[in-house]
Design a protein around this ligand. Structure first.
Ligand code: AVI
Length: 328
């Protein structure tokens, strides 16, 4: 999955380049300085993210795969088979087949803002599941969108993989969950990946790996600004920083200036002092109860949850129709 859509800005009136320039100007001028993580995912950024998912320190993808491997049948027992599977994200060649096999959906709708990724992964899944009716949809799932006509009369189960919900601050996550409950319609299920709070060292290692892939992923944002917005930012003047913010229960990624630096972006001048940072990503982590509270605030009733043996990551199955959770 390419987790592009983690924002709440209206994008309809702007071209993507205008929006990028507007956001970069606003973010570099703000205090503290910020850039939205959605700009990570140009082609290179998406490749680096794929590499992150295979890192020994990045437990998220492996944990989720293992949960699906062991519990997909149980998930299907609760949801029933034959619903339409709506994946918020372009689908993973490794995880999605486990769900497709178990849920035997009557249709599969992967949704992503990046048409390139979406069509590649949909084509790969079509080869493996030739009888499955697949309807890829290019859309920003943070904005209202209509499901394709062939699935309008089917009951649905949504899948929001990884821990992309963690890249949204809480009010945005709640808004997203509510919008998803409306889009999936009556009597729907949502299977959602939620990363757990854990040992600080383990968390920091996952976002500051020994091979420096996450550092390259973060610094790639500067390369992208230089390339697409005629920037003159010296990449060597910044270093990747991952820190655990315990109060907010989140990993923060920053780009820290290692010296005073002056540069321009699309003709606009900026100066950043040594030690100042540009905040590029939040990755919120949840305890089991906080995760359930978040889902309830978003209009979903948690029904069941599974974790990997170490309890690092959870997949939660929720319903938008049940008035209360089933007893454990
Ligand atoms: C996409 N998202 C769930 C990843 C995360 O874990 O927050 C993005 C990421 N950033 C650095 N490593 C991975």
């Amino acid at each position: 999955m390419s987790p592009h859509a983690v924002h709440a800005l209206k994008s309809v009136a702007f071209s993507s380049e205008d929006l990028f320039r507007t956001e970069v100007f606003a973010g570099l001028s703000a205090r503290p300085r910020t850039l939205s993580p959605r700009w990570f995912y140009d082609r290179r950024g998406s490749e680096l993210f794929e590499a992150i998912t295979a890192l020994p320190e990045y437990y998220v993808t492996r944990a989720e795969y293992n949960i699906l491997l062991h519990h997909a049948a149980e998930i299907a027992r609760i949801t029933g088979i034959g619903r339409a599977l709506i994946e918020l994200g372009s689908g993973s060649s490794v995880k999605t087949p486990l769900l497709l096999n178990a849920l035997a959906p009557s249709a599969y709708v992967p949704i992503d803002i990046s048409g390139e990724f979406l069509h590649q992964s949909a084509a790969a899944l079509a080869k493996r599941f030739p009888a499955l009716s697949i309807h890829p949809l290019i859309a920003d799932f943070m904005e209202p969108f209509a499901l394709p006509a062939p699935v309008r009369n089917l009951r649905r189960v949504g899948y929001f993989a990884g821990s992309t919900i963690g890249n949204m601050i809480v009010p945005v996550a709640v808004e997203f969950l509510r919008a998803t409950a409306r889009t999936l319609g009556e009597d729907a299920f949502l299977l959602i990946g939620i990363d757990r709070i854990k040992d600080r060292k383990r968390l920091i290692a996952a976002y500051d790996d020994a091979q420096g892939i996450t550092a390259r992923f973060n610094l790639n944002l500067i390369h992208r600004i230089n390339r697409e917005l005629q920037g003159t930012i010296p990449v060597g003047a910044f270093r990747h920083v991952a820190r655990w913010n315990d109060y907010e229960a989140r990993i923060e990624m920053h780009l820290e200036a290692v010296r005073d630096v002056e540069f321009s972006v699309a003709g606009e001048s900026f100066s950043i002092a040594q030690g100042e940072t540009i905040h590029t990503e939040n990755s919120l982590k949840y305890g089991p109860r906080e995760a359930r509270t978040l889902l309830r605030a978003g209009g979903w009733t948690p029904l069941a949850e599974w974790t990997d043996p170490e309890g690092l990551f959870a997949l939660v199955l929720a319903s938008n129709s049940s008035p209360s959770a089933l007893p454990p």
